[in-house]
Design a protein around this ligand. Structure first.
Ligand code: ATP
Length: 259
């Protein structure tokens, strides 16, 4: 991966979102620094996807604003790759054709994009899957293709909304590791939405913990564990400390009722 595509900062200031009369999010203040991997962790319905869409410039906040590299975000971010829980691949296009959709839509150089797509297929363990259709791929492979599609244009920012949410736990753990390795090579700024405490600790430089709906930020935890992190995080005593802190926060908020 190239190293020239950078985002110096993303700042969401006092951002809140109403859907009709219902306050769905915030207000929240979020700052993502250059090359930082930040997870947003919170209970279902607290507004995580809403926050991600606002950061992407795809949804307008009711209150507050977002700045990217110090400039007000007034339209959808373009130097970005987005991955959702559903792979959203086009069934009538092969895996590589799905990835190269970015090149077509963005009018990028075909040769460079094909080369980069092939490299991504290799890094993501997809070699040999280029000419297969989505229905011929496993769920994990489909999601890997959607990650390749999000990265083929070498964006400065990667936004991921529960990208492994639909996968089994074994695939999830492998995907976590592969994403971490990929990120370590490129150090893009990443916002990663998740429900999984383990996934957040396994991947992040920093975790933003949100409350129940309407989501507010209740805690920010810097995860200073060495990388790459192992499949079984329990081997780090620090992992247990971070996980305990987050579980306690969720218990205090009433997200969990353990007796
Ligand atoms: N377009 C919409 N119109 C009305 N309400 C919405 C809309 N989108 C989201 N909501 C509501 O806003 C709240 C926040 O939704 P959002 O999808 O951002 O939460 P989330 O934390 O990502 O949830 P989950 O973890 O379950 O995916 C929820 O109560 C949801 O029902």
């Amino acid at each position: 991966m190239k190293h020239d595509s950078r985002c110096r900062s993303i700042v969401a200031s006092n951002v809140a979102k109403n859907y009709g009369d219902i306050l769905a999010l915030g207000p929240v203040n979020v700052k993502i620094d250059e090359g930082e991997f930040v997870s947003v962790l919170g209970p279902s319905g607290c507004g995580k996807s809403t926050l991600m869409l606002i950061i992407a410039g795809l949804l307008e906040p009711t209150v507050g604003f977002v700045e990217v590299n110090g400039k007000l975000l007034e339209s959808p971010m373009t130097d970005v790759g987005v991955v959702f829980q559903d792979h959203l691949l086009l069934e009538f296009r092969t895996a590589i054709q799905n990835v190269l959709l970015q090149q077509e839509v963005r009018g990028l150089d075909r040769k460079v994009s094909v080369q980069r797509a092939k490299e991504l297929f290799k890094t993501l363990g997809l070699t040999g899957a280029e000419e297969r259709y989505p229905r011929q791929l496993s769920g994990g492979m489909q999601q890997r293709v959607s990650i390749a599609r999000a990265l083929v244009h070498d964006p400065a920012v990667l936004l991921m909304d529960e990208p492994f949410g639909a996968l089994d736990i074994i695939s999830r753990t492998q995907m976590r590791h592969d994403l971490e390795r990929l990120w370590m090579e490129s150090r893009k700024s990443v916002v990663f939405i998740t429900h999984s405490i383990e996934e957040a600790i396994g991947l992040s430089d920093r975790i933003i913990v949100m409350s129940n709906s309407p989501g507010r930020i209740v805690e920010e935890i810097r995860i200073d564990l060495p990388r790459p992190r192992p499949a079984y995080l329990g081997k780090y005593p620090e992992f247990a400390k971070f996980a305990d802190e987050i579980y306690k926060t969720f218990e205090a908020l009433g997200v969990y009722h353990f007796k």
